[in-house]
Write a protein that binds this ligand. Structure first.
Ligand SMILES: NC(=O)c1ccc[n+]([C@@H]2O[C@H](COP(=O)([O-])OP(=O)(O)OC[C@H]3O[C@@H](n4cnc5c(N)ncnc54)[C@H](O)[C@@H]3O)[C@@H](O)[C@H]2O)c1
Length: 372
């Protein structure tokens, strides 16, 4: 097989684009595309093989039908495949599930904290399998890494990092600075501290950003929200979508670069990586074969960053994460969510995740039917 990257959730929105990026990256030797959905997964793996071949890459892409809920089976797969990097791009319900509610309710149901069981359960199972197998693999988790990685760190099962989320905001800003100043994007560096909640709060404070052009700090030259984010085609608030997004290319690229930094041990410092080493929120981070290392830029301390993140994640309905991994919700938001969906959750403990996920998805299905 060669040095392998194993992707769970390969048939999903993020997984599909990621498989295509990875297989068409020179010097990536082998990609295993795993998913419970055999029909879609096999099609994606076959297409990726042909894309890679067209582009002159000899990457091996192999599909494996696999249920990540099967911890024993995953441990066996990890022992067999020995992946350098393992990616979790599975979920029991992607972020856009909240957009299946009528427009007037989207703001109430969007805060992603309420949907945590969907993102946490399979990541937990994957990390249990990694521990069981003793595999020396670095896990990149796409499923709400800002929160999930932190919860799992409390029981010693943190993935190395996540991707996307506030890192996507940073790249939009980088792009817009480059356009406004007429300089190449490669001359612009952005460091950010924030978290996932900016999607649902339209970048309401708090967050922290530093912008450098050719090494010179130009942060103060911009009203960041007004000049660099507003009006861009980037989603930073509760807009309504009537169907799942078909392409998530930009998001997948944001994950793929993290996977590649670890795979190729390039030591690149990324603008803002969610959930590095189980930390909540998103920080400037160096990624390499050793894993993740937070790199705090001048102008902010780690303690200040932590405070910003703790305040920001309340927009995602998360009050706090206790030392045993129990998530405590912002009471008013949990109450409002219950009124719309019927799902009542003020605290979520790791022991309850499986049954709460089943309950959440059953109630949500009924509620969507009722409103439509
Ligand atoms: N960080 C970001 O910026 C960002 C952006 C978009 C999505 N996401 C997150 O990434 C994750 C994936 O999102 P998506 O839109 O690609 O979701 P999706 O629903 O399109 O794909 C999920 C995939 O998981 C597979 N799956 C489900 N249960 C499985 C199991 N037991 N075993 C194996 N495979 C299983 C499904 O078959 C599906 O192919 C979600 O958690 C989503 O919220 C993150």
């Amino acid at each position: 097989l060669g040095r392998t990257i194993l992707v769970f959730g390969a048939a999903g929105g993020i997984g599909r684009d990621m498989i295509n990026f990875l297989s068409a990256t020179p010097r990536v030797e082998s990609v295993i595309a795993a998913d419970i959905d055999e029909e879609r997964g096999l099609k994606i793996a076959n297409e990726a093989t042909r894309n890679a071949s067209y582009l002159g890459c000899g990457t091996s892409v192999e599909f494996r039908k696999h249920d990540l809920a099967d911890v024993e089976g995953t441990a066996e797969l990890l022992k067999e495949v020995k992946p350098v990097v393992t990616v979790n791009a599975t979920t029991l319900g992607s972020w856009w599930t909240s957009h299946l509610f009528p427009q007037r309710l989207v703001a109430v149901v969007s805060p992603i904290g309420h949907w945590l069981p969907n993102h946490l359960l399979l990541t937990l199972k994957l990390m249990q399998a990694v521990e069981k197998s003793g595999a020396d693999t670095k896990v990149v988790n796409c499923s709400l890494p800002d929160v999930v990685n932190c919860v799992l760190s409390k029981i010693g099962l943190a993935p190395v990092c996540g991707g996307g989320n506030f890192d996507l905001v940073c790249e939009v800003i980088r792009h817009n600075v480059s356009k406004k100043l007429g300089v190449p994007m490669s001359n612009v560096t952005v460091y950010g501290v924030g978290d996932h909640s900016h999607y649902t709060s339209a970048m309401k404070r708090p967050w922290w950003l530093k912008i450098l052009v050719a090494g010179r700090d130009v942060t103060k030259n911009f009203d960041i929200k007004e000049d660099l984010v507003k009006g861009s085609d980037f989603y930073t608030g509760p807009v309504h979508k009537s169907e799942p997004p078909r392409e998530q290319t930009f998001v997948s690229a944001a994950y793929t670069k993290n996977i590649l930094s670890i795979y190729f041990n390039d030591g690149r410092i990324h603008s803002s990586i969610p959930g590095p080493n189980g930390l909540p929120g998103s920080y400037p981070t160096r990624l390499s074969a050793k894993g993740a290392e937070i790199v705090m830029p001048e102008g902010i301390t780690f303690e200040e960053a932590t405070r910003i993140i703790e305040q920001a994640r309340r927009y995602d309905a998360i009050e706090t994460i206790k030392d045993d991994g129990t998530v405590v919700y912002v009471e008013k938001m949990a109450k409002d969510f219950k009124e719309v969906t019927g799902y009542e959750c003020y605290e979520l403990s790791l022991k309850q995740v499986e049954e709460r996920a089943t309950e959440l998805n059953s109630l949500v299905k009924n509620a969507i039917r009722k409103y439509s």
